[in-house]
Design a protein around this ligand. Structure first.
Ligand code: PBG
Length: 325
């Protein structure tokens, strides 16, 4: 056989393969999501997320120190609010002494170099488990946006480096940017969950925070997974409104969307490798049906290859360990 071109030449050894690899993961690609609980010395494993924990602030600080020492440069904070403080106005979301605000301060004090990002949405604080204010069974947009803007300012006051609105209300990026500007927070970034789909894969996260919607679903604000062009419109609008980073979420079933958004905007793109994606790999590995370590690196690499500059992932620590191995 005479062949002008043999593609296998570049695949013949680990050294050659690594020389020509197009996509490399590094620890600073990762954002580690953190679940925070009230109390002390609390370390609760999330049933649907094996080996992932919800911790009180004291143990969270230890964890953040460890993450930073491993080379992970960013955390994304979520808090579990007690039932007593939940209402339909987001009162606890803007409480300057709320668990979120206390956590931001404590983490920035303990590890000032760590880039602290915060989830901005009402669901953990909502008696209805919805991302916005509910009136007559509807999630109302404009009143919610006002609270989200105040919430963002309160996170910035506590020391957050980036606020990450995950609510999918219209116009919230512009409102948040304006509120930050008016309050002098000219260095606070916005990582917008721009293309956030109504996904069944959020289930384990809602277990972690006890934040499942009390009625209905989130389809009147989160996107329909049938749609692609709409994701581009959302991302472009968020950049126009002032987003510094745009996000696509979930990641694994949406790699085409990550690429589409990456090609459409001139800001960094983040992917969120969400709870259900974590749970699927954990479950299949536990059954002995797939190799967990290989699945972690393959899926994370696929997100970066698709165009993600950053990846929020519950596998951040595992991935760093594997990359260093
Ligand atoms: C809340 C929020 C959700 C996630 C991040 N922020 C859940 C939801 O929209 O119901 C999901 C993250 C994950 O599943 O890992 N606005």
């Amino acid at each position: 056989m005479y062949l002008q071109r043999r593609n296998r030449i570049l695949r013949q050894s680990p050294a050659i393969r690594s020389l020509i690899a197009e996509t490399l993961l590094t620890p600073s690609d990762f954002i580690a999501p953190i679940f925070i609980d009230e109390g002390e010395n609390v370390n609760t494993e999330i049933a649907s997320m094996p080996n992932y924990y919800r911790r009180s602030l004291d143990l969270t600080i230890k964890e953040v120190k460890e993450l930073y020492s491993m080379g992970i440069k960013s955390v994304l904070l979520f808090v579990k609010a007690k039932d007593e403080v939940k209402d339909n106005k987001g009162t606890e979301a803007v409480n300057p002494n709320g668990l979120m605000q206390r956590s931001i301060k404590a983490i920035k004090d303990a590890v000032p170099e760590m880039v602290v990002m915060t989830d901005v949405a009402l669901d953990p604080f909502s008696s209805y488990g919805h991302d916005g204010i509910v009136e007559n069974g509807e999630i109302v947009n404009d009143a919610t946006v006002e609270v989200l803007a105040q919430m963002s300012v309160s996170h910035a006051q506590a020391g957050a480096d980036f606020v990450a609105p995950s609510d999918m209300m219209d116009g919230r990026i512009a409102a948040i940017r304006e509120a930050l500007e008016h309050n002098g927070f000219t260095k606070t970034g916005i990582m917008a969950y721009s293309a956030k789909y109504a996904s069944c894969f959020y289930g384990p996260f809602r277990d972690a925070l006890d934040s499942a919607p009390g009625f209905g679903d989130k389809k009147t604000y989160q996107m329909d997974y049938a749609n692609r062009i709409e994701a581009v419109r959302e991302a472009v609008m968020d950049v126009e409104e002032g987003a510094d980073i745009v996000m696509v979420k979930p990641a694994l079933a949406y790699l085409d969307i990550i690429r589409e958004v990456k090609n459409a905007v001139d800001v960094p793109v983040s992917a969120y490798n969400i709870s259900g994606e974590y749970a699927m790999i954990k479950a299949a590995a536990k059954m002995g049906w797939i190799n967990e370590e290989k699945a972690i690196l393959e899926t994370l690499t696929s997100m970066k290859r698709a165009g993600a500059d950053l990846i929020a992932t519950y596998f951040a620590k595992d991935a760093v360990r594997l990359l260093n191995a």
